[in-house]
Design a protein around this ligand. Structure first.
Ligand code: ARG
Length: 458
């Protein structure tokens, strides 16, 4: 019999029981549910609403249940609907009257909101830790390859040379912003709804601040209707997960490209590659592809909850039970992806030769050659056109700008002198981009200091 079955005469079918249950999903929140119940019971007793003996029995009973769950000795019954009912029902079976007093001044509506917030806070902390770890690995690789250069791309076409460190640190900045978003999601979850009861508050003299403080919340919610139906904190978490996942997917995509034989910029360790069941030569970047692929599900989890929320009247509606599956899935998936990418980046081998070879192709000096003319008085648009002609000449000859003779240059513009060779040197091109946030070694070193400062404070 369900704990709410007092006003019912017929029992529900097995199908609807299963359909209505959230237990397979929310049993993951047993720790939070027990913590919430213990704090509630302690507060009820401190306020003289239940006796201290009852509170003690409740607390001991809940501790016992937690141990049983952890040791796999607790039998979950789908007929109990959710984790809250499962635990409470067992508590009542175990300790009787005292257990039946636990739910005084509380509803599952404020209970589930509290549990979910505690769960979200914990997930945020885990994700923040994994985020920091991946950033550490990226900065270590950046430091280890401080003078490695590769082509920078726009439209996936060779554009201008950049340092590998600069490229890797771009991801560190994305992850730093993701960290800030996770922190914001943590703060959004960090307000306690317990004491809002079903929707309107309660007649019992609860001490809401005491339970909130005991559970580690920074404050209490201020509107009971909002408190039991607000899932913004999960949306914040899902959004933070989605953006971070998208960043990992971009990194994963580059890993896939860079480890292809066409690029050959990196070699993945065997531990992060798989073979083919038919083609013996294959070494596939499956794990990078999976990180890229899982992003679809994480973003789907965000969209699913947004759509679930969009037309809900106040206050609690059973639709809200659909909130947990996606949030749990997104947080777990993202944490796995962060761990996976950290291992992959840490163990990959960088092939500086292949990067340098590619940097020598595609006329990466073209912008600098145009700037050379512009600095000698030719309007930049004209200079752009002159260099365009030179590139066309190279394409016809099948060579690069650096292979042209001074005579070739001068045939296009008399402004060219023999110091043009300096403009064609890729190291010099990189070194000249000294603007703050640019790719010159000094600018990247300064950037590295900021990335590491941020890492040590996160
Ligand atoms: N299992 C429910 C959920 O996850 C708990 C709250 C149920 N409240 C109710 N009034 N039916 O949302």
């Amino acid at each position: 019999m369900a704990l709410w079955s007092g006003r019912f005469t017929d029992s529900v079918s097995e199908f609807t029981q299963r359909f209505g249950a959230s237990l397979p999903v929310d049993r993951a929140m047993y720790v939070q549910d027990i913590a919430g119940s213990k704090a509630h019971a302690r507060m009820l007793s401190a306020q003289g609403i239940i006796s201290s003996q009852d509170a003690q029995q409740i607390e001991e009973g809940l501790d016992r249940i937690q141990r049983q769950i952890e040791e796999g000795e607790f039998t979950f019954d789908i007929n109990d609907e959710d984790i809250h009912m499962s635990i409470e029902k067992r508590l009542i079976a175990d300790i009787g009257e005292a257990g039946a007093r636990l739910h005084t001044g509380r509803s599952r509506n404020d209970q589930v909101a509290t549990d979910t917030r505690l769960f979200a806070k914990e997930r945020c902390l885990h994700l923040m830790r994994a985020n920091v770890q991946l950033r550490r690995v990226l900065t270590t690789q950046a430091r280890a390859h401080a003078d490695v250069m590769l082509p920078g791309y726009t439209h996936l076409q060779h554009a201008q040379p950049v340092l590998l460190a600069h490229h890797l640190l771009a991801y560190a900045w994305m992850l730093a912003r993701d960290f800030t978003r996770l922190q914001a999601a943590y703060d959004a979850a960090d307000v306690c709804p317990l004491g809002s009861a079903a929707l309107a508050g309660t007649t019992y003299p609860l001490d809401r601040r005491a339970t909130a403080a005991e559970l580690g919340f920074s404050g209490v919610t201020q509107n009971s209707l909002d408190a039991v139906s607000d899932r913004d904190f999960l949306l914040d978490l899902l959004y933070a997960c989605s953006v971070c996942s998208m960043h990992l997917s971009r990194l994963a995509e580059e890993v896939v490209l860079w480890s292809s034989s066409e690029f050959g910029f990196i070699t993945l360790s065997d531990a992060f590659s798989t073979g083919s069941s038919i083609m013996p030569q294959k070494k596939n970047p499956d794990f990078a592809e999976l990180v890229r692929g899982k992003t679809g599900r994480v973003v789907g989890d965000l969209v699913a909850l947004l759509v679930t929320m969009k037309a809900l009247p106040l206050a609690y509606n059973k639709d809200l039970q659909e909130d947990k599956e996606g949030a749990i899935d997104a947080a777990r998936t993202l944490e796995d992806c962060l761990v996976c990418m950290a291992g992959m980046v840490e163990t990959m081998t960088v092939n500086p030769r292949a990067m340098a070879d590619q940097a020598g192709k595609g006329h990466l000096a073209a912008t600098d050659v145009a700037d050379y003319l512009a600095k000698r008085g030719l309007p930049f648009r004209r200079a752009h056109e002159v260099v365009g002609h030179l590139v066309l000449l190279c394409e016809q000859r099948g060579c690069d700008l650096a292979d042209l003779s001074l005579a070739d240059f001068q045939a296009e513009s008399p402004l060219f002198e023999d110091d043009i060779v300096r403009e064609l040197d890729l190291q010099a091109i990189v070194a000249a981009r000294t603007s703050e946030g640019g790719t010159a070694p000094g600018a990247v070193a300064a950037q590295m200091v900021l990335v590491e400062q941020r890492l040590s404070s996160d």
